[in-house]
Write a protein that binds this ligand. Structure first.
Ligand code: AHM
Ligand code: MG
Length: 293
């Protein structure tokens, strides 16, 4: 709710003070993604549920401070995804993943490097035309919409399921020049005259994902000749959304593997991502495997 409030007045930043500068009260104004990062840490560190946290915004994980009670979970998050859209009033989001941790022993980085299939819960908050909270604990996907008049998230989308096949594809086509043959052939196929696809790309993963989840389709951030593992992070972006999409009846793959089966090697590891309606993902992966990435 605090992040949502700040995102909603992001356009006022020039009035109250530019990021990195001072506001009218002479206080330092933080960039919104740094602000979101510290809000999440500050609100989650003292609740007694967590043993540690890892964020896309921080180099290494943090342990819950000695002064607070510790719990049996780890929180991994991308505090504000879609950062290039922050300044231009386009939907952005927060993505999170929760792992179990056996309390009573020293926390190490290896405890965060668990395959996505072991997530206890995951979800995202979308700061869109309204603010929505979507999560799963492995028993379906549920969505809540923030009613600003009462300050509560109200259950608005119970048991979200994604269509088995959709007509939307989402990919950054400016990267065509870097694509491997499998990606190029797949996108060409979608554009052939007998097909009836529609391209939609916001550039905020949460927003692109959420639209495709509800309407059906596929989002791709593949590996390419320039960047063989693509751009998106396994632990903070791909795993949580893969858990959600599978719970909604969809699929998520790196091209080679089911996303949730990947064993992470490092905290900030990147992965190619093909995610969305099951038939669309299967078709892309089949071509990908035939043609090579
Ligand atoms: P970020 O976490 O720094 O915001 O980067 C991730 C974002 C995703 O939200 C989005 O899908 C992708 O970057 C867009 O990348 P590109 O501009 O290369 O298409
Ligand atoms: Mg991100």
């Amino acid at each position: 709710k605090i992040i949502s409030r700040e995102v909603n007045k992001a356009g006022l930043i020039d009035i109250i003070g530019a990021a990195g500068g001072k506001n009218v009260h002479g206080e330092e104004v933080q960039k919104l993604d740094e602000f979101a990062n510290s809000v999440i840490i500050k609100t989650m560190e003292h609740g007694g549920h967590l043993a540690g946290m890892a964020s896309e915004e921080m180099d290494s994980f943090i342990k819950i401070d000695m002064q607070y009670p510790k719990g049996g979970y780890l929180l991994l998050f991308d505090p504000l995804d879609g950062s290039s859209n922050i300044d231009v009033n386009v939907s952005i989001g927060t993505i999170f993943s929760i792992l179990r941790f056996s309390a009573g022993r020293e926390l190490t980085e290896a405890d965060f490097l668990r395959p996505g299939a072991e997530q206890a819960a995951s979800g995202y908050i979308l700061y869109g035309t309204s603010t929505m909270f979507v999560y799963t604990t492995g028993h379906g996907v549920h969505g809540f919409t923030l009613d600003p008049s009462v300050g509560e998230f109200l259950l608005s989308h119970e048991n979200i399921t994604t269509p088995g096949h959709g007509k939307i594809y989402s990919i950054n086509e400016a990267n065509t020049k870097h694509w491997f043959t499998g990606t190029s052939k797949y996108i060409e196929r979608l554009k052939s005259p007998e097909k009836d696809y529609c391209a939609r790309y916001i550039g905020s993963l949460v927003s692109d994902f959420h639209r495709n989840l509800l309407k059906g389709g596929v989002f791709l951030y593949p590996g390419d000749k320039k960047s063989k593992n693509g751009k998106l992070r396994l632990l903070y972006e791909a795993n949580p959304l893969a858990f959600i999409v599978e719970q909604a009846g969809g699929a998520a793959s790196s091209g080679d593997k089911r996303i949730l089966d990947i064993i992470p090697q490092e905290l900030h590891q990147k992965t190619p991502l093909i995610i969305g309606s099951k038939k669309n993902v299967d078709e892309a992966v089949t071509l990908w495997k035939e043609e090579g990435i």
